[in-house]
Design a protein around this ligand. Sequence first.
Ligand code: SF4
Length: 390
Amino acid sequence: MKRIIESYRRRLATEEGWTLKRGTELRVALCYPNTYEVGMANLGFQAMYELFNRIPAVACERVFLPEDAEMREYEKARTPLLSLESQTPVRDFDVLAFSISFETDYLNMARVLRMSGVPLWSENRTAHDPLVVMGGAASTLNPEPIADFTDVIAVGEGEILAPKLVDLIFEHRDSKEELLLALARVGRGFYVPSFYDVTYTHDGRVEAYTPNVSGVPLKVGRAVAAENPKEGSLRRAIRRGDLDVANSLRETDVFAPSTVIWAPEAEMGERFLVEISRGCSQGCRFCWAGFNYWPPRVVPARDVLAKAAEWRGKTDKIGLVSTAVCDHPEISEILQGLRAMDYRISVSSLRLDQIEDELLDALVESRDQQIAVAPETGSDRLRKVINKNL
Ligand code: SF4
């Protein structure tokens, strides 16, 4: 156990920006079901850390699946899984909030629960066990494989769901059953699997969800953050030259997910990542991101550049995160601002028909070796069928 604690403290010493709050009313263990190197490169995970810790009554600490050497130490010491910040047993937290981006991590989620000593099946948990919440892209997209291990599945965006979850936990501290009912009855954003009977067709597809308690919705809607300006509204205002409207959209107070912990030992740990937009207006028929994050929203250039300026003292590498970077109505302003700060820029993905010289110049100047484009198929006919019109 001593070795595990020492290795966690060594890791913390390499980082900047982490938080350790003591004496708060609610403790949340934010679990990434993969190793530290992978988890710390995940912007959604970092965003949830920031969102929970912004709430004064909440202390949020990180938990990762141990790497091989750490795993051997855990097995040797027969120690339950510990949080990174305070090295507290995970099972002592009030809430275990998983951030799951990939279905392949579902198995790791079960390993984290087992290593923590928290009952694997939700029906075996008592009021003394932590509340197990799953969130993230994978669990929103396909919750059923993990439904039996889960008390609550968060459906939608963390900016809305984290404060709502915390409020309801405080309102229903004395009864887990009442808390689950209250969450399910919100109607949007919280799916409580134990309140539904699920039937399947003969080929294994979900046929129907039937509530087994009253007052819960037949269908759980996703919760969407509404503060960010809509991409289309800002583009139209800029195109029309309507500065009043454009400026009022830009002035909205938005939450922009970005790196909050400087973690040089993680994948892409020396790069400052910032989300510049969410969702996509192109409407490709197969694309989950386009539908799930509808309507497409942006982080105004002003906010992206302000964050970039704060981080410039630590790094000269920045990654712009978006489903379609060039769709941002202020992409030119963002690139010019970042180049003026002497940033080396990389981008998450580009549409083939939107690659402008200005962006290529910025990438060449940054000595970025790669771009990702997705033509999907070599056939124009098939591209029309899937509505990917390049
Ligand atoms: S352009 Fe890309 S992100 Fe947008 S809908 Fe099509 S596949 Fe999805």
